[in-house]
Ligand binder design. Sequence first.
Ligand SMILES: [Ca+2]
Ligand SMILES: [Ca+2]
Length: 225
Amino acid sequence: MRPRTPLRTFFATAVVVAVAALAAPASAAVTVSVTSMSDPNTLPVGQVLIADFNDAQNPEATLLDGFTLDLMGSTVGWNEGANGYSGTLPNDPTHYLTIPGSASATLFSVQGLRSFSFYMGSADTYNSVRFIGANGFDQTLNGGQMTQGYTGQSWNWGARVNFDFGGATVNQIVLTSSGNSFELDNLAGAVQQAVPEPSTWAMLILGFGAIGAVLRRRRAVLTPV
Ligand SMILES: [Ca+2]
Ligand SMILES: [Ca+2]
């Protein structure tokens, strides 16, 4: 058996990674976890902040790179807790997102997300979140499905709600409410690492093969017989 040179090991690893990238799960399930009364600024391990809504004048522009947000009837920074339709978020004195009845907000991710979370208050039965991703992934969670059954609407209840996509990649998240209101802040997520397209992998693998052939030929020339 030929010794495994570093180049051959790298080539074998590249093939394994390429196969894993092509085998994305088509029907993974969303797993929900809820951390009640958490600090609004504490994020799950591996996630980064996407939006904090603290710039109430320009919330659709103050996002992590690679994300866009459409606020369709939703509001940011309007007298939270005193406008007649927003509840307050405990331990969170900053501006946050309010989705009133019949409104929505949609977050788009260029690279996609492996998981997503937000800090939420005053949980209602009529709040919902829909996750849309690659390979037909499309799942919606309503009311208590997001909050492990709690829909008591208390302004003293606050929690970080975390969604794991079970290996799927989600590019679009639609937050909606059919009543007043869905209140949330500090959107966060684990961004999918950039994976080359299959055609790029083919070029890379062909390139590795060419380099290997050159090295073998050079070794054959240099090795005394
Ligand atoms: Ca905020
Ligand atoms: Ca609410």
